[in-house]
Ligand binder design. Structure first.
Ligand SMILES: C[S@@+](CC[C@H](N)C(=O)[O-])C[C@H]1O[C@@H](n2cnc3c(N)ncnc32)[C@H](O)[C@@H]1O
Ligand code: SF4
Length: 377
């Protein structure tokens, strides 16, 4: 599989959810053409800066790219293919909202090979509390319709919602595994700053589960998923089989290269000598303006130093069951890993070692960021 991918951010949503802090804007029925054109030009601009490289993954994320009709998806897929060349087995993922189910068949014909659907909860009252505009039946219908296209299917659920008990979550997970999907992403609700949920929590009108209750929900998640044959291969991601793992996300977790195209998108691109962190202008109009003026939509492109590259390798690698090569980590930051920290973490049952490769245990994954900080000390 090619260690190179393309992320395209489509920032519009029919409705902005109160918990979400992604770079999103409410879609007000305007013409998509201006932004589509800017994204296609940005793809060409990236190709002329970095050269043509075959991509193993194209991820259409958002926001809600499933608002786009088949002909618009086709335009994006063709533009990525013309600029870079998509591998014959390229994974083309579309993040999709259940409300867009009527477009799934045309989106699949346009080149989508994997649907990632925002089901979010299998409980109507919880969907309402999350501010979603669809019920459980629509989420289930969307997963079934995506599966009927013959493409790969994943869906997202959010847990550790207000009042979310372990027994309810177990029932939801068991229902989830009866759906025709081979991959699920299970995210703990995060109260992100500057969201409606953060404002409600600050006023005492929303109380998410505390750390102990969240840990109990996480442990129940691992238990039910393991029993159902959906082990975690990353903190929040579970697949029935190895080929069902998200190729695109594996690029991030393995610190490979990807382009960040579209408003607010982040990229990591190496040119053999330097590794650049790129970030595009967040507002669609600024982004399109930058593409017109400079050929690419960047707000910034920063060269990462060895220590920064090493830290990303560690933090991202520790999230997965593949773990991280500590020799490579030490080489990149030109400093050995603290052997006492490694020994102590292993003794505590948080880290498992296989030669130079370190992996977090299920318990260790709960503390991934703290453990990364300990190893980097
Ligand atoms: C970028 S969103 C796009 C999904 C799609 N627009 C939808 O809503 O169905 C990707 C996923 O992030 C998750 N997510 C967004 N905000 C979150 C939060 N505050 N806490 C936990 N998960 C969140 C949701 O599960 C969502 O499906
Ligand atoms: S969760 Fe999805 S639909 Fe809701 S605002 Fe975020 S990206 Fe848009």
């Amino acid at each position: 599989m090619s260690g190179f991918g393309i992320y395209v951010h489509w920032p519009y949503c029919a409705h902005v959810c109160p918990y979400c802090d992604f770079n999103v804007y409410r879609y007000r029925g305007h013409d998509h053409d201006l932004l589509l054109e800017a994204i296609c030009a940005d793809l060409r601009g990236h190709a002329s800066r970095f050269g043509k490289r075959e991509a193993g993954s194209l991820f259409l994320g958002g926001g809600t790219p499933s608002l786009l009709a088949g002909r618009d998806i086709e335009r994006l897929v063709e533009a990525a293919d013309d600029a870079f060349g998509l591998a014959a087995d390229c994974e083309v993922t579309l993040e999709a909202n259940p409300e867009d189910v009527v477009l799934f068949a045309e989106q699949a014909s346009a080149g989508v090979t994997r649907f990632s659907i925002g089901v979010q909860a299998l409980d109507d009252a919880s969907l309402m509390a999350l501010g979603r505009r669809h019920g459980v039946a629509a989420g289930v219908r969307a997963v079934e319709a995506a599966a009927a296209t013959g493409k790969r299917v994943s869906f997202d659920l959010i847990y550790a919602r207000e009042g979310h008990g372990v027994a309810d979550w177990r029932r939801e997970l068991i229902a989830a595994f009866s759906l025709p999907a081979e991959h699920v992403s299970l995210y703990q609700l995060t109260i992100e700053p500057d969201t409606a949920f953060a404002r409600r929590a600050a006023r005492g009108m929303l109380t998410p589960p505390d750390a102990d209750a969240s840990a109990a929900l996480y442990e129940a998640t691992q238990e039910v998923c393991d029993a159902a044959g959906f082990p975690a291969y990353e903190i929040s991601n579970h697949a029935r089989t190895s080929p069902a793992r998200s190729r695109h996300n594996l690029l991030y977790w393995r610190s490979h290269d990807w382009l960040g195209i579209g408003p607010g998108a982040h990229g990591r691109v190496s040119d053999g000598v330097r590794r650049l962190a790129t970030e595009a202008h967040a507002r669609p109009r600024d982004y399109a303006g930058a593409v017109n003026a400079h050929g690419v939509g960047w707000l910034s492109d920063i060269e990462l130093n060895g220590e920064e590259i090493a830290d990303e390798l560690l933090i991202m690698g520790l999230r997965t069951d593949e773990g991280v090569d500590l020799d490579r980590f030490a080489e990149l930051r030109a400093k050995p890993v603290n052997p006492d920290a490694v020994a102590w973490l292993a003794e505590q049952g948080l880290l498992a070692l296989d030669g130079a490769r370190a992996r977090l245990t299920a318990r260790g994954r709960l503390l991934a960021n703290k453990i990364a900080a300990e190893l980097a000390s």
